[in-house]
Design a protein around this ligand. Structure first.
Ligand SMILES: Nc1ncnc2c1ncn2[C@@H]1O[C@H](COP(=O)(O)OP(=O)(O)O)[C@@H](O)[C@H]1O
Ligand SMILES: Cc1ncc(C[n+]2csc(CCOP(=O)(O)OP(=O)(O)O)c2C)c(N)n1
Ligand SMILES: [Mg+2]
Ligand SMILES: [Mg+2]
Ligand SMILES: [Mg+2]
Length: 324
């Protein structure tokens, strides 16, 4: 029991389906009915043990996060998620360990898939070092997707939710000292901002999800938009009470919020004239957001402290093969 095909059966037994899945798990590929007039939006992200989650993370949290980070990329495009595939590489020697991991993983994965009516339509199961790849497919009306390349000088820079909680949890885990379960929850169970993204269609100009860190991901928007810059006020970074309690020194907190990553919030730009409409749309979507600065024609990101001094950050964000 719990060889490759028994594991696939176990996954199939719990996989959510939808009416537009013509053929799901079990054939050589899935067949999906893309609604006429809709564009298909496709994204993939891999998570690797020891790189994307701390040792000892519960399988259910790994399952949730593997789906959440992919839905976050669909949210950044203002797409509505529909179908996903799941590639699992499992190292466990015994059948009991393998099935226990898969059962736990599916608890978290299916909880989030159910919340957003996402069907699991296929995947791959192999042996090897623990890694998970999800490919997510979403739908959007032609012209309604948000792109990274659409920021303009004078736009407000917005961020949803709060920044730095996940990075705070990671710093506490690394320090092996006192830790906050609330911060740790933000690291393990990010919320993909799908409702926000849907509400922003037609209001936001450029958008990106914050996975590597605000400076790195906003930097992608600025580069894609033709080499623009941004002027940001550190005093306006949206900050949770918990993060402020645990990292009371703002000079220790800002690097977590600017470059820590793992936030899975949306950073978007919009015309200042649309600020009120955006606030109302975000209220309706049940998510807070803050304007943290402006897009500038001058390239580079300039940061200002509440006292009006310039602040030069360390790293921009997380980079694979880098040192951060
Ligand atoms: N190995 C690859 N082959 C093709 N495209 C890739 C590869 N790795 C990344 N990309 C593409 O490069 C862009 C940036 O990737 P990435 O920084 O991972 O985006 P994100 O942070 O949104 O997940 C995306 O369009 C992604 O699809
Ligand atoms: C053990 C551990 N170390 C470090 C991190 C921090 N971390 C790992 S990958 C990453 C960035 C996001 O991952 P990536 O694969 O770059 O996703 P993408 O930007 O492609 O969405 C961060 C902040 C972590 N979550 N867990
Ligand atoms: Mg990626
Ligand atoms: Mg992204
Ligand atoms: Mg991503």
């Amino acid at each position: 029991m719990a060889g490759e095909f028994a594991l696939i059966d176990r996954i199939r037994a719990r996989a959510r389906s939808r009416a537009d899945v013509v053929l799901g798990i079990g054939d050589d590929a899935a067949l999906l009915a893309v609604p006429p007039g809709q564009q298909l939006v496709v994204t993939t992200d891999t998570l690797v043990a020891g790189v994307h989650w701390p040792d000892g993370t519960a399988p259910a949290d790994i399952g949730w996060k593997a789906l959440a980070v992919n839905l976050s990329d669909l949210a950044a495009m203002a797409a509505t998620p529909a179908w996903v595939t799941l590639a699992l590489t499992l190292p466990f020697a015994s059948a009991e360990e393998r099935s226990a991991f898969v059962d736990g993983f599916l608890d978290g994965f299916c909880e989030l898939a159910d919340e957003h009516d996402v069907a699991l339509v296929g995947g791959d199961t192999t042996s090897g070092p623990l890694a998970v790849t999800v490919t997510a497919h979403g739908l959007v009306a032609p012209g309604a997707a948000l792109h990274r390349d659409a920021a303009r000088p004078g736009d407000d820079v917005w961020v949803t939710g709060t920044l730095g909680d996940a990075a705070g949890a990671l710093a506490q885990w690394r320090a092996r000292g006192p830790f906050s379960a609330k911060l740790r929850y933000r690291l393990d169970r990010p919320t993909p901002r799908l409702a926000v993204a849907a509400a922003l269609r037609g209001l936001a100009r450029a958008a990106v999800d914050v996975s590597d860190g605000l400076l790195a991901d906003l930097g992608h928007v600025l580069a894609a938009s033709g080499g623009l810059g941004a002027a940001l006020e550190l005093g306006r970074l949206p900050t949770s009470r918990t993060l402020a309690d645990h990292f009371a020194d703002e000079r220790a907190r800002w690097p977590l919020q600017l470059s820590g990553g793992d936030d899975y919030e949306l950073c978007f730009t919009a015309a200042p004239a649309d600020a009120l409409a955006i606030e109302m749309a975000l209220d309706a979507a049940g998510c807070g957001a803050a304007v943290i600065g402006r897009i500038t024609a001058e390239p580079g990101i300039r940061l200002t402290t509440p006292e009006g001094e310039a602040w030069v950050p360390g790293a921009a964000g997380y980079e694979h093969f880098g040192r951060a």
